[in-house]
Design a protein around this ligand. Structure first.
Ligand SMILES: Nc1nc2c(c(=O)[nH]1)N[C@H]1C(S)=C(S)[C@@H](COP(=O)(O)O)O[C@H]1N2
Ligand SMILES: [Mo]
Length: 201
């Protein structure tokens, strides 16, 4: 019998969508924070892009909500082992923000930083090409505080620690600069398909 992955169906075994060493967490969406969930009102949330750019910019949530929207429906993979399938996020593509600030030709990397102090580093290329978002909805509802609301970074093709919750900004750099987990032994890029969990993987 041919089994098709349906809109809500989540096969529990032999899932070719599961990167090596990961398991399907099903409907559970664990909360993973190295920090206390902040009490961040939507009106106090801002997102800034600065560093090696032609023009620094800061957006508030109202301004972000007026930008062209795009959605992600797909999978997320946490380095602790769980993956979730068919997760639906809504937000604005990072391309929109990067196009607005115009990174210098020398720019190669970014450090994402949160309103709480958490940081994660990413190659600029991973934030381009419709593969990264400022996400503010999940399943059509506002993103809850514990999952990074009012808005978080979403880079689902990399391990989920790169997806900085309570995102405050991106600093654009001409070199790679390890963030919170990366300073603690995790991989600089974190591609789940190559099992880049720890530095040296
Ligand atoms: N600001 C902030 N962002 C963060 C973290 C954090 O501790 N602080 N944890 C990261 C890790 S390790 C993971 S797996 C995901 C978890 O997101 P979730 O709690 O919505 O599942 O957020 C990432 N983003
Ligand atoms: Mo994680």
């Amino acid at each position: 019998m041919h089994v098709t992955r349906g809109f809500t169906g989540r096969p529990r075994v032999h899932n070719p969508g599961l990167p090596p060493g990961q398991y399907d967490a099903g409907d559970d969406w664990p909360v993973l924070s190295a920090e206390v969930t902040p009490d961040l009102a939507p009106a106090d949330w801002t997102f800034r892009v600065d560093g090696l750019v032609a023009e620094d910019r800061t957006w508030d949530l109202e301004q972000v909500r007026r930008l062209p929207r795009s959605a992600y429906e797909g999978d997320i993979h946490c380095v602790t082992g769980w993956s979730r399938f068919g997760v639906r996020f809504g937000g604005v593509s990072l391309d929109v923000f990067l196009d607005a600030v115009r990174p210098d030709a020398a720019a190669t990397h970014a450090v994402a930083y949160s309103h709480t102090g958490y940081t994660s580093n990413l190659p600029l290329a991973d934030l381009r090409g419709g593969r990264a978002w400022i996400a503010f909805t999940h399943d059509g509802e506002p993103l809850t505080a514990e999952h990074g609301g009012p808005a978080r970074l979403l880079v689902p093709h990399l391990y989920f620690w790169k997806s900085t919750k309570w995102i405050a900004g991106l600093r654009i750099l001409d070199h790679d600069e390890p963030g919170f987990w990366e300073q603690n032994g995790y991989h600089a890029r974190g591609n789940p398909w190559e099992e880049q969990r720890y530095s040296g993987d």
